[in-house]
Design a protein. Structure first.
Length: 345
């Protein structure tokens, strides 16, 4: 089966997995009436902001789509449109999950203890993560299936990355400005002038700050992550498709298709490894939360590395690539551990 189809199928499976997690979160209690009221207010505010932001971005996306289709080619414009749409969709899914999981995590921490609270909070974040990975796989997989196998048309895939980058540019900045303005307003007007305690829901700026946190840290950060995710995959594919001189040229030109498919297959099976990692958090939820999250990372990394070894062998790619992947994983884990160590106190 073509690598594009494989990644698209795994992407669809990832979306279904995220949907199951979302409905599991929604089945949990929301706590007291006051908790539910505050949660619904934050949710409504976040969705209104997202709707307003996207309504403006749609105009920008249509203009750029028209310019790309006119000046370059229609296929590149359509790929751009797909990247922008998938990025916006990932933000929408993640926002719904986050605003639903927040209050349920609080209720679980109050009524059921740490284990359930950790599971709900982790699942809420996993919906966003799986939506980003799955939509990226579906989009890049479909574009690769139609255009990627031929190096002469492989440049079309770059349009998808450009669409993702365009949404990330505005979503990240827009949410950040909103939450910072509300945060400063809450401090100045609430604590300084009115004498209201910090993060008191009676202060409208506190609600706005929470709305901004969700918009910036979920939709904005998700769009940023989506752009980085698909951008790194497409950049690697572009190198394999276009390289014609240099130390790697002879190696890649002999098996250009294998090297182009490799990054797509790695992230596809990485998504499967992530699903196993998400499920494994239930096994470690009774532990210290930091330790549980650490072990989940190890589970996902181990499964992905095993899959990467066999994918490299299957695509007849130089096995030295595996050691580069292993090194990147180890470096990423060490970086996370160092960050945890110096910020935990």
């Amino acid at each position: 089966m073509d690598a594009g189809l494989i990644s698209a199928v795994i992407g669809i499976a990832g979306l279904l997995f995220a949907l199951i997690l979302f409905f599991w979160i929604k089945s949990k209690p929301t706590g007291t009436d006051l908790m539910k009221e505050i949660s619904e207010t934050i949710h409504d505010g976040a969705m209104v902001f997202l709707k307003r932001e996207y309504s403006i971005l749609v105009i920008f996306v249509i203009v750029i789509f028209a310019l790309l289709s006119w000046k370059i080619e229609l296929n590149t414009g359509l790929a751009f449109l797909g990247g922008a749409f998938c990025s916006m969709l990932a933000g929408y899914f993640g926002m719904n999950a986050a605003t639903s999981a927040n209050v349920r995590t609080t209720a679980a921490a109050k009524d059921s203890g740490q284990s359930m609270a950790l599971s709900i909070a982790f699942s809420g974040g996993a919906v966003m993560g799986m939506a980003v990975a799955s939509l990226g796989l579906i989009g890049v997989g479909i574009v690769y299936y139609f255009f990627g196998s031929d190096p002469s048309t492989a440049s079309t895939i770059n349009g998808f990355a450009m669409g993702a980058s365009s949404i990330a540019l505005f979503a990240r900045i827009g949410g950040g400005i909103f939450t910072k303005a509300a945060d400063v307003g809450a401090d100045l007007v609430g604590k300084v002038e009115a004498g209201i305690p910090e993060d008191d829901p009676r202060n409208p700026a506190v609600i706005a700050d929470n709305v901004g946190d969700n918009v910036g840290d979920t939709a904005g950060m998700g769009a940023d992550l989506f752009e980085s995710y698909v951008g790194s995959v497409i950049a690697t594919m572009a190198i394999a498709a276009t390289i014609s001189s240099g130390a790697l040229s002879d190696l890649i030109m002999v098996n250009r298709a294998g090297y182009m498919q490799l990054p797509l297959m790695i992230v596809a099976f990485g998504a499967l490894a992530s699903m196993l990692g998400v499920l494994s958090v239930r096994l470690f939820s009774a532990m210290n939360p930091a330790a549980a999250l650490r072990l989940v990372t190890y589970v996902g990394a181990a499964v992905m590395l095993v899959a990467a070894y066999f994918i490299i062998d299957w695509l007849k790619v130089d096995q030295k690539v595996f050691w580069a992947i292993l090194g990147g994983n180890v470096a990423g884990i060490i970086l996370g551990l160092l960050t945890e160590y110096y910020t935990a106190a």
